[in-house]
Design a protein. Structure first.
Length: 197
């Protein structure tokens, strides 16, 4: 019964120590909750600002210009067939003129056309994606913070202890005092040191 009464006495000391720590250091859980609420409010305000976008006449004009090249290319190609049937001699003269176009210009035209069509497809793909939710952004930022905490400047060893009980950080610290030798093999020396000690 002596051990149980000692534990009960120590249990009475734990609560005041916890309260004192909370007064000196602050409540980490409450601070994280306040930070979460603040980030959520900021993101909700930003999403509210961009949710009702008004389309201006300038936006309509640019959207119309963006839609012109595709039908122009399609109708222009069909127009070449009509032109070849209507005036074969004129069509032949113009096609011989295309022979003089250098290869670099053909490559440039191909790049422009492929980038244009690729950009349009990406635009429609982006429009089909569901909107990003505030909780998704918060989950990503939380994961980023957890990954940032793993950086060496935070004092975390990225290589946990392996089968032989050594880590990458311990190997680097042990290797700092050694001279540079072309036949030096640090892993073998660490293994020999573990075997002998």
């Amino acid at each position: 019964m002596g051990i149980i009464s000692t534990i009960a006495t120590l249990g009475g000391l734990i609560r005041p120590a916890t309260d004192l720590t909370r007064v000196v250091r602050g409540d980490a859980a409450a601070a994280e909750q306040m930070d979460h609420e603040w980030q959520k409010a900021v993101l909700e305000q930003l999403s509210a600002e961009f949710s009702q976008r008004q389309v201006t006449p300038f936006d309509r004009l640019i959207n119309g210009l963006n839609r012109l090249p595709r039908p122009a290319l399609a109708l222009g190609t069909l127009g070449l067939f009509v032109y070849a049937m209507a005036d074969p001699v004129g069509f032949g003269v113009r096609m011989q003129g295309l022979v003089l176009v250098p290869d670099q210009l053909w490559w440039l035209l191909g790049a422009i056309v492929s980038f244009y069509f690729g950009a349009r497809e990406l635009h429609y793909l982006r429009d089909r994606r569901p909107p990003v939710k505030v909780d998704d952004v918060l989950a990503v930022t939380k994961a980023q913070d957890a990954l940032e905490a793993l950086r060496p400047e935070h004092g975390t060893d990225l290589a946990p202890a392996g089968v032989f009980g050594w880590s990458r950080k311990a190997s680097v610290v042990a290797a700092k005092g050694r001279s540079v030798d072309p036949d030096h093999n640090g892993a073998v020396e660490d293994w020999r040191a573990l075997q002998s000690g």
